[in-house]
Design a protein around this ligand. Structure first.
Ligand code: PEP
Ligand code: MG
Length: 603
């Protein structure tokens, strides 16, 4: 048994045999049934033929541009495709060990490398890089054309715990909870989209557990404890029994939920508070309605892309989804956020591994939160943006639609986006009937936007504070980097102050200020947010019942007093202690190492 510490990012406990998905070496590794051996061999052959065709094409191009000497490198790579140690060896591994083609190829490559390491000749040793190049090409060609590992996941013979170094949100969005029992991830954090999705799918998950993929081989029994933030390999029978009892208690609790009011929420002293839902998929509408959400406050439209390039996503398909959302949620409003993606996702890299995606990833284009993403990217991809806006304008005829712009950092961006929407509406109206007015709001996620809300208010119809990003940019903490997850601190005095600033700057204009980050699912933070003047929240449907109940137990007066005091305290530890002292009943969950109240309000 080995215990590996990480961050619990989706509550609950699960155990099962491990299936590995590695982005660094994008291969899903699992055992296959005897009947599938022929199919895996055919996949290897197909990958070989495709790779050979690509290499021949590259050889031809290089020969024209750079001469035959350089082109001979690719001649050598073509020969490697036929080396007995590589594909024929991988075929033998598939047959003997009954494993999938990717795994067999990796094993053959490891053996190949071991042989090369012993070769005295330096020239030959250096050829190892060429073999790695060939193997990388074969791996990519083994992936199904459209969506990388996710399609292979559907082939899992039995339910498994997915162990991954990185899990792309577009892959997480398609996980089947009956097949994927739990997630053990080397990277990520609580506000990473994959973690948000795991919670909405009810899949227990641990992120930021270092070196998992080195310690775990496919088929190893793994236990994922999303409550304790721990991954255990080869757990003893007693541990599994205790986990089973815990899981059964949780299931029993959710099978017979206490009847809960679903009307409009009000504080104990009668101040109305609105709860809307954050969703990523159309089928979450039912969950949103079931908990009495008063609309969709955030539809993350980028999940529709499902690993496709934005340029390839057509207007009709988008229109149908937006219209279904609006009709499904009527009479409540639906807020669709325009694509919030980076360059790599825009080219179709969401978990897939086509050449374009690989190039942008290798070039570091998708790395880090400061690059070309969200509204900046949409404004640069005018055609794709116009397609999305036309689809929205058409859908706007069917009910209450709002458009939300992600990561706006200046009035200029807001103006450009509004101009693009006006143009889309004009086009749609030219072809059909009138489009009713569509309110346009912006996410407040960047400090520059937070500090200029009064200026933005002149041209935006509403605001939605995205604390997941706002915290990241205010505190200089990459939200997807588990190594700095301890510094991602929603109760940092700077965060309370910036939210108070937004609320104050928006007030004279009368513009609505909602909040749609994960922060509001933390009971202590929710009380402070009320006290700072936020009375509209959008959160995952699963988090709404507890948040609504909490609101009914506090008075706005007490929340304001607590916020006024908290904002003068120097550390989040002091702020956490203040909340615990003033609202002991709310904060039954213990304060964490940094003095934060753990946001377990969603479980
Ligand atoms: C946010 O940044 O708080 C937010 C809700 O948007 P996302 O998590 O999709 O970045
Ligand atoms: Mg965001």
């Amino acid at each position: 048994m080995t215990r590996i510490a990480g961050l619990g990012v989706s509550p609950g406990v699960a155990w099962g045999p491990a299936a590995l998905m590695l982005q660094r070496h994008p291969a899903l590794r699992f055992s296959i049934a005897g009947a599938s051996v022929a199919r895996e061999l055919a996949r290897l052959d197909w990958a070989r033929e495709t790779s050979a065709a690509q290499l021949r094409a590259i050889r031809g191009r290089v020969s024209l541009r750079a001469g035959s000497d350089l082109a001979s490198l690719f001649e050598a790579q073509l020969l490697m495709l036929d080396d007995d140690l590589l594909i024929p060896r991988a075929r033998r591994i598939v047959e003997a060990d009954r494993v999938n083609a990717e795994w067999a190829l990796d094993r053959a490559f490891d053996e190949f490398c071991a042989v090369f390491a012993e070769v005295g000749d330096e020239y030959l040793r250096e050829r190892r890089g060429d073999v790695a190049d060939v193997v990388g090409r074969l791996r990519r060609n083994l992936l199904p054309a459209s969506a990388g590992g996710v399609r292979a996941l559907a082939d899992l013979a039995a339910p498994a715990v997915l162990v991954a170094d990185e899990l792309a949100p577009s892959v997480a969005a398609q996980l089947d909870p009956s097949l994927i029992l739990g997630l053990a991830l080397e990277t990520g954090s609580r506000t990473h989209h994959s973690a948000i999705l795991a919670r909405s799918l009810g899949i227990p998950a641990v992120a930021g557990a270092a070196a998992l993929a080195r310690l775990i081989v496919p088929g190893t029994m793994v236990l994922v404890d999303g409550d304790a933030g721990e991954v255990v390999t080869d757990p003893p029978a007693e541990l599994i029994e205790a986990a089973r009892a815990r899981r059964d208690r949780r299931t029993a609790g959710s099978a017979a939920p206490a009847p809960r009011a679903v009307g409009p929420a009000v504080t104990a002293d009668g101040v109305p508070v609105a709860f809307l839902a954050n969703i990523e998929r159309l089928d979450e509408i039912d969950a949103a309605r079931a908990v009495g959400a008063e609309g969709i406050g955030l539809f993350r439209s980028e999940f529709l892309l499902d690993g496709r390039a934005i340029e390839a996503f057509d207007e009709d398909a988008q229109y149908r989804v937006y219209r279904s959302l609006i009709e499904g949620m009527a009479p409540y409003p639906v807020t669709v956020r325009t694509f919030d993606i980076d360059e790599s996702q825009a080219s179709g890299a969401g978990g897939a591994d086509d050449d374009e995606a690989t190039r942008s990833r290798d070039a570091g284009l998708s790395r880090g939160p400061l690059g070309l993403r969200a509204i900046r990217l949409s404004l640069g991809h005018q055609h794709a943006f116009a397609v999305q806006l036309r689809a929205l304008a058409r859908a706007g005829r069917h009910g209450a639609l709002r458009v939300l712009l992600p990561l706006v950092s200046s009035v200029d961006e807001l103006r450009d986006a509004r101009a693009a929407l006006r143009a889309a509406i004009r086009e749609v109206e030219r072809l059909g009937g009138a489009v009713p007015p569509i309110p346009v709001g912006i996410m407040i996620e960047v400090p520059s936007a937070a500090l200029t809300v009064d200026l933005l208010a002149a041209e935006a119809d509403f605001f939605s504070i995205g604390t997941n990003d706002l915290i990241q940019y205010c505190l200089a903490v990459d939200r997807s980097d588990g190594r700095v997850a301890g510094l991602f601190d929603p109760l940092h005095p700077a965060i309370l102050r910036v939210i108070r600033t937004v609320s104050r700057l928006a007030r004279p204009s009368g513009r609505r200020v909602a909040l749609c980050g994960e922060m509001a699912a933390d009971p202590g933070a929710l009380v402070l947010l009320l006290g700072l003047g936020v009375t509209e929240f959008s959160m995952s449907p699963a988090a709404i019942p507890d948040a609504r109940e909490l609101v009914g137990r506090v008075t706005m007066r007490a929340a304001r007093r607590a916020a006024a005091q908290a904002i003068g305290l120097p550390t989040s530890r002091d702020i956490g202690a203040l909340i615990a002292a003033r609202f002991p009943a709310l904060t039954a969950t213990p304060a964490g190492p940094a003095g934060r109240i753990h946001p377990e309000g969603q479980s």
